[in-house]
Design a protein around this ligand. Structure first.
Ligand SMILES: Nc1ncnc2c1ncn2[C@@H]1O[C@H](COP(=O)(O)OP(=O)(O)OP(=O)(O)O)[C@@H](O)[C@H]1O
Ligand SMILES: [Mg+2]
Length: 148
């Protein structure tokens, strides 16, 4: 199913994302489509808030992931801009992460989509102007009443 919302500020995007974050669970994988500066990282901060997680920590071992760590669940935020093959994925430590018991959000997932294991929810962000964003979610029935 598809849901769409227009936001007019980063704060509104964070709020919209938090609503989605509250509906997420273990094994979910958010994939993003959207240009540089569209708001993917901003949306991810909102997801973390909705999941009930605090501030981001940068992984010491893998420069392409930021981790939001909780007591029962973590959110792993990957930036795959420079990753183009399964070999890249393996060599950068991607497979050391536990996707089954946590949540992942993946920017620039186009190249690695077929290697992602989990329930995929896609978020597309279009910049309509400097502050306006059209955000579209494609996911399952869980999200039916989101962004009403
Ligand atoms: N409605 C909006 N929602 C989200 N961000 C907005 C909005 N309006 C303006 N912005 C600005 O757009 C930028 C979004 O940056 P962000 O890092 O989230 O994008 P990104 O898609 O992750 O980019 P990149 O591909 O470079 O990682 C920020 O500077 C933010 O302040
Ligand atoms: Mg980003």
């Amino acid at each position: 199913m598809t849901r769409t919302i227009i936001t007019n500020s980063p704060e509104e995007t964070i709020e919209a994302a938090a609503e989605i974050g509250r509906l997420l669970g273990k094994g979910d994988i958010i994939t993003y489509k959207g240009d540089l500066g569209a708001g993917k990282t901003t949306f991810t901060r909102g997801l973390a808030l909705g999941i009930g997680l605090g501030d981001v920590v940068t992984s010491p071992t893998f420069a392409l992931v930021n981790e939001y760590i909780g007591e029962n669940i973590n959110l792993y935020h990957f930036d795959m801009y420079r990753i183009t093959s399964e070999w890249d994925l393996e060599s950068c430590g991607f497979y050391d992460y536990d996707f089954t018991n946590n949540i992942a959000a993946v920017e620039w997932s186009e190249n690695i989509e077929k290697y992602l294991m989990g329930k995929i929810i896609n978020i597309t962000i279009n910049a309509l102007d400097e502050h306006k964003r059209e955000i579209t979610l494609e996911g399952d029935e869980r999200f039916a009443s989101a962004w009403n």
